[in-house]
Design a protein around this ligand. Structure first.
Ligand SMILES: C[S@@+](CC[C@H](N)C(=O)[O-])C[C@H]1O[C@@H](n2cnc3c(N)ncnc32)[C@H](O)[C@@H]1O
Length: 437
């Protein structure tokens, strides 16, 4: 049974619904990322209720545009500003009723309880949800889900960058929960079999259905780590890194550090955020992998011992993360166009600094988990125009077996959530490989 189905046949799970309401408040009212709100938001809940609370919050955020359109359809006038609790209770009720297979009586009654004691608001929540119980299916069928669940500025920027049909395919991919992808230290075939996973062409393992990740075989012994298949690709662009010195900038929580270390390189990993360094250390310790870890600004990264530069530098720059909406639907509602502009400035600064740490003849790989060209193609074009020491080293389709659709005409990597559709999609990533002359 999935976490979302737990309370489908009864009206228990009210603590989980209260927790989901608080999570929505944190994301939509206080603009906190969902991941950062989960630890506090789910504390005090038992295992299945934790899953149910998370499933409700994620479903509301994934379908927010559709849910708010259904709500608007049922209201004569917009809800008052002081009806924030009722609004979120309604969103949760609609999510359960329309998208989570929760029995209608349970979805309606629990939302009425959730909205508070004010009689008028209880009547309103009851009336809206009962009406949607009758008319919701037809209203839903007439909705443009991909468009409604995508903020307008994102829709426009993806249409401008990739064309409208691809923008729609991207938005459609966001409607479905992403599978679980794992990177393995070694023996991918063996672990695919042990886990009942699909082995993707790039060596990542994929599980469509999964429970608690830490309970899966191989977690305790550090055989694998969670990493979207697309996130594993930038490291591949260095080719064989055995015994090379690789500088990994903006490294935590360490998915790429682990991959570089597992492939036999000597890694120096730089990260600015102390809490995230802790996670990086924990992850490497579990995996039995080593790296030199430096706490500090990537723009002031250390040099190699004799100052001759690293064989390779990876810059996984901080970005808007709009390539990860399948896994983090809150990002769609948290990020704004001005964030992208601000991030572009930081990306330029970090790229210039990273370029100083590459030895002549070495490689610089720049990547972001963003669908925005402003953070990807445009940053690399500006860098190459300004630094004559570097040339793009085009990626060939043969280097990324089974993923040729992610290679652009310029020889960059540009994965989209609609790529590898038959296998369950991949995150949106951009990466460019640059050679220092
Ligand atoms: C996209 S995440 C990195 C993901 C990581 N490379 C992985 O594969 O697991 C970006 C990271 O950059 C860090 N960061 C942001 N600005 C930084 C800076 N100026 N110097 C060092 N780290 C920075 C953030 O704290 C965050 O952990």
């Amino acid at each position: 049974m999935t976490a979302g189905a737990r309370s489908a046949d009864n009206s228990t799970g009210q603590p989980a619904r209260e927790a989901a309401l608080q999570l929505l408040k944190a994301v939509l009212d206080r603009r906190q990322p969902l991941d950062e709100s989960l630890e506090q938001g789910l504390s005090g809940l038992e295992g299945p209720d934790r899953g149910f609370a998370r499933a409700i919050a994620t479903t509301v955020l994934r379908r927010l545009g559709q849910i708010d359109a259904l709500l608007a359809h049922c209201l004569d006038r917009p809800l008052a500003d002081n009806a924030a609790r009722a609004r979120n209770a309604l969103r949760i009720g609609i999510a359960e009723l329309m998208f989570m297979n929760v029995a209608a009586y349970a979805a309606v009654n629990s939302a009425v309880e959730l909205c508070g004691r004010e009689a008028g608001q209880r009547r309103l929540v009851n009336a809206v949800l009962r009406r949607l119980g009758r008319e919701g299916a037809a209203l839903l069928a007439a909705q443009d889900a991909a468009r409604l669940n995508t903020p307008e500025w994102l829709w426009q920027s993806w249409s401008d960058s990739y064309g409208e049909a691809t923008a729609r395919a991207i938005a459609e991919a966001h409607l479905t929960r992403a599978p679980l992808d794992l990177s393995v230290k070694a023996e991918p075939g063996h672990w695919a079999e042990r886990l009942g996973a699909t082995l993707l062409a790039n060596g990542s393992l994929r599980l469509a259905e999964f429970g608690q990740v830490t309970a899966l075989p191989g977690f305790e012994e550090g055989a694998w780590w969670v990493q979207d298949a697309a996130a594993a690709l930038p490291v591949t662009l260095f080719g064989n890194v055995r015994d090379q010195r690789i500088l990994d900038l903006c490294a935590a929580p360490g998915g790429k550090t682990a991959l570089i270390a597992a492939r036999g390189a000597r890694v120096t990993a730089v990260e600015r955020n102390a809490n995230r360094i802790r996670r990086l250390n924990e992850n490497l310790a579990r995996l039995g992998l080593t790296a030199e870890i430096v706490h500090g600004d990537a723009a002031a990264a250390p040099e190699t011992g004799n100052g001759d530069g690293f064989d390779g530098v990876l810059l996984d720059a901080p970005c808007s993360s709009t390539g990860t909406l399948r896994r983090h639907p809150d990002v769609a509602w948290l990020k704004r166009p001005e964030d992208v502009e601000k991030l572009a400035g930081a990306q330029d600064r970090l790229l210039r600094a990273a370029a100083e740490r590459v030895r002549p003849g070495g490689l610089l790989v720049y990547c972001v988990c963003s669908l925005q060209r402003r953070e990807g193609e445009d940053r690399v074009a500006a860098f190459l125009a300004a630094d004559p020491r570097y040339r793009r080293e085009p990626i060939t389709a043969g280097e990324l077996p089974g993923m040729a659709e992610t290679v652009t005409a310029d020889g960059d990597l540009r994965s989209l959530p609609c790529h590898l559709g038959a296998e369950g999609g991949i995150d949106g990533f951009y990466a460019a490989r640059l050679r220092r002359l």
